[in-house]
Design a protein around this ligand. Structure first.
Ligand SMILES: Nc1ncnc2c1ncn2[C@@H]1O[C@H](COP(=O)(O)OP(=O)(O)O)[C@@H](O)[C@H]1O
Ligand SMILES: [Mg+2]
Length: 385
């Protein structure tokens, strides 16, 4: 039984969507699609663009997964699911005197102003999944470290173009070790751990084995024998996990990420693997269960489920995270129902559900924020394969 799930967020993020309107005095924007150039015209040489703030919410890939899962979970499901975010402590000064703020069973912890902002945003968007914050002293922002961030998506008035400013999360070697050892404590007694997105970067000290490329595999290695990992990340961040004695139970990759990892498939060439690999694109999803792809003919022998057709695509932002969340929702909630069925049937069932979730997400003006359990369940009933 899956009783405890922990979703790990290493990139505490506030996402803001700004829209720059066209204004004769405050400035103009224009977009040249041929060369992909966005220009902001400084009309009066001291013009100040006055963006409208369209939306603000907690970002980060793992947070996206948690937020969609939160919306989709069945009311009678009682799995304990936590979204755990790793944050810096407050800098010297009055914030250090702040006490934790109690909030309906959650605690907002003293952190940097930006760390407190992210906590407030996360709490606002979760009801079923419990947000939990972990302050790591070594994440103290110094020497160019950036341990929380604001990602700003700037869209132009007529929405023909947008640009996403997305600072990297930058840790230090010490902080990577400190987070890892906190993770080791947190995941004890957990049935399923969820990781999504790229890990933070840091300047790797000479001779150190813990690097951004090995960070996820270091987490995989410290999980209990019966704790499973579900991971959605580019190939180079999961390479080491693939040949582990106990590899991740579920691996999600989009088609580009899969093709980019061709060297790994050469190396692993059809080898047995105690997990499932899902490769998706807008047209469908390939499934390998129990073995890796063959190098000479990658898709040979993989199961394939075509995507759910949508009439109009509004936004594909976060659609992959929605898919991951949809899969996990159905995997968690269909456990008893599918107890006696073959593993292949259950995987197909869960992937089909995940495809409905991503189709609902892309065909919705609010993208992942517009996902609604009723709508998803209705669509899922229609196409149950
Ligand atoms: N038009 C579409 N119809 C159905 N599903 C789609 C469509 N566009 C995207 N998707 C789904 O969303 C996924 C996007 O995943 P990915 O590229 O990993 O995006 P991200 O990581 O940015 O969320 C696709 O692989 C597909 O499964
Ligand atoms: Mg993705």
């Amino acid at each position: 039984m899956i009783k405890k799930v922990k979703i790990l967020e290493f990139a505490p993020t506030a996402d803001e969507i700004w829209r720059i309107p066209k204004h004769s005095k405050d400035g103009y924007t224009s977009y040249d699609p041929e060369i992909g150039l966005i220009s902001i015209l400084d009309t009066a040489h001291d013009a100040k663009p006055r963006p409208e703030i369209m939306a603000i919410y907690a970002g980060g890939k793992a947070t996206n997964v948690a937020r969609v899962l939160d919306k989709l979970l069945d009311a009678d499901n009682d799995t304990e699911i936590e979204l755990i975010t790793f944050l810096p402590p407050p800098a010297d000064g009055p914030l250090q005197k702040l006490k934790p703020i109690e909030c309906d069973g959650f605690q907002i912890l003293p952190s940097t102003p930006s760390g407190i902002y992210v906590q407030c945003l996360q709490i606002s968007n979760l009801s079923r999944v419990r947000p939990r914050f972990e302050i790591i002293d070594e994440l103290h922002e110094k020497d160019g470290m950036q341990t929380t961030r604001r990602c700003i998506e700037i869209t132009l008035k007529d929405d023909i173009a947008s640009m996403n400013f997305s600072p990297r999360i930058i840790w230090s070697q010490e902080s990577a070790y400190a987070v890892l050892s906190r993770v080791a404590q947190i995941v004890k007694g957990t049935d399923l751990v969820v990781i999504a997105g790229a890990p933070p970067t840091w300047h790797v000290r000479k001779g150190e084995r813990l690097t951004p490329d090995t960070f996820y595999s270091a987490i995989n290695d410290l999980l209990d024998d019966d704790c499973k990992l579900s991971i959605d990340a580019r190939g180079n961040y999961i390479h080491e996990c693939l040949s582990a004695v106990k590899p991740p139970r579920f691996i999600f990759m989009n088609r580009d990420e899969f093709d980019e990892a061709d060297n790994f498939w050469k190396e692993l060439n059809g080898r047995k693997f105690a997990g499932s690999l899902f490769v998706h694109d807008k047209d469908g999803c390939w499934i390998w269960d129990g073995r890796f792809p063959y190098a000479e003919d990658k898709f040979f022998g993989a199961d394939y489920l075509p995507a759910i057709k949508v009439n109009k695509v509004f936004s594909t932002i976060g659609a992959g995270d929605a898919m991951h969340a949809g899969f996990l929702k159905e995997w968690i909630c269909s456990e008893q129902e599918y107890d006696e069925l073959s593993s292949q049937k259950r995987l197909h069932h869960c992937i089909t559900y995940s495809q409905v979730v991503s189709a609902v997400s892309v065909s919705n003006e609010k993208a992942t924020h517009g996902i609604d359990a009723l709508m998803v369940n209705k669509e899922f009933k229609k196409i149950r394969r």
